[in-house]
Design a protein around this ligand. Structure first.
Ligand code: SF4
Length: 331
């Protein structure tokens, strides 16, 4: 491992100022992803600014009835929080389907959002990777692409975003609070992560020195209380999603979809809000045929490769199954 400096920040402002002043400094949260990358030589920061003990550990109700989640709340604590379990079960399920118990005990809310792709070439410094080393090429294109993106990829990178929690949060219309050298700002969580385009080295829209301080959920509703998350993976635990679906569904007394929110994981460089599917479903009967039409509309833009073509029918069938379950649960 390459030598680095370690500092523990006293407060968020000090952490931001310290990282912003040094180009190769980074924030350290639970360390469950960053430390691995330092061991592998994927990340070579010259300073770690430890934010894991900042007083951002609260889960609080907002005046409007939503929930504000501090950035250093551990994934296990958030998954077990009574208000999360009761009001936003899709988030609790997404958290519990991520990683392992040990890792969830260490991983933070902010760090979970900023974890990097598990593309095997990104983690192998002997192979070309535009995300790790811009301009070097992409070993996954024409290589082992079984876990890679079918939506929104570019000719420079076909990696997928690994977080389960982020998929649940996007479906729940969460926002993220950020503190930077120029002050605080808030953005929709759906806009935090970016597609690879011509700059796959950038996972998010955050500038250097910007620190996630909290995530906020809008007020709960009957729809969010019945939200769901389903993850399809290659083994029962400790595996990333091949495909995942977070959804919330509101159906009126006549069986017509009043509102719906759907997000997909494992299919793109960011948690994928299925806006086309939502548009098809609003005002349609809450029935299998509508669900299939909606899934087809969302996946019409999919581009597949030799190893990942299975993701399209898998995403389609998982979307349909989750929506069907949500419909049956309200009866
Ligand atoms: Fe790197 Fe992206 Fe290609 Fe993976 S898919 S090797 S992360 S450029």
């Amino acid at each position: 491992m390459i030598p680095f400096e370690y500092r523990r920040a006293a407060d968020a402002r000090e952490a931001v100022a310290t990282v912003a002043a040094r180009p190769d400094a980074v924030f350290l949260g639970g360390g469950t992803n960053l430390v691995d990358h330092m061991k592998l030589g994927v990340a070579t920061p010259d300073m770690l600014v430890d934010v894991s003990r900042l007083p951002l550990t609260e889960v609080e109700e907002t005046p409007g009835g939503g929930l504000r989640i501090g950035a250093t709340v551990r994934n296990s604590d958030l998954a077990a929080h009574p208000l999360v379990r009761q009001r936003y079960p899709a988030l609790a399920r997404a958290l519990l389907s991520g990683a392992s118990g040990q890792l969830r005990n260490a991983a933070t809310t902010g760090g979970n959002l900023l974890q990097r792709t598990r593309c095997r070439y990104f983690q192998d410094v002997t192979t070309p990777c535009n995300k790790r080393e811009p301009g070097s090429g992409c070993a996954a294109i024409g290589g082992w692409d079984r876990h890679h993106a079918v939506l929104g990829a570019s000719e420079l990178c076909i990696a997928v975003h690994p977080s389960d929690m982020a998929v649940g949060l996007v479906a729940l219309d969460a926002t993220v609070h950020v503190l930077g050298p120029d002050g605080a700002r808030t953005l929709p969580l759906a806009d935090l992560h970016r597609l690879p385009g011509d700059a796959p080295e950038r996972d998010t829209v955050l500038a250097h020195g910007e620190l996630i301080t909290a995530v906020e959920l809008p007020p709960a509703s009957d729809m969010t209380r019945r939200s769901a998350y389903r993850k399809v993976r290659e083994r029962a635990s400790y595996a990333f999603a091949l495909v995942s679906v977070a959804a919330a569904l509101d159906v009126d007394d006549d069986g017509v979809v009043r509102d719906v929110r759907i997000a997909l994981g494992g299919v793109a460089h960011k948690p994928w809000r299925a806006a086309r599917a939502e548009d098809v479903l609003r005002g349609a009967p809450a029935a299998e045929e509508s669900f299939r039409l909606a899934a087809d509309a969302e996946l019409a833009a999919a581009e597949v490769r030799d190893g990942n073509a299975y993701k399209v029918p898998l995403a389609r069938n998982t979307m349909v199954a989750v929506l069907r379950d949500l419909t049956e649960a309200r009866r």
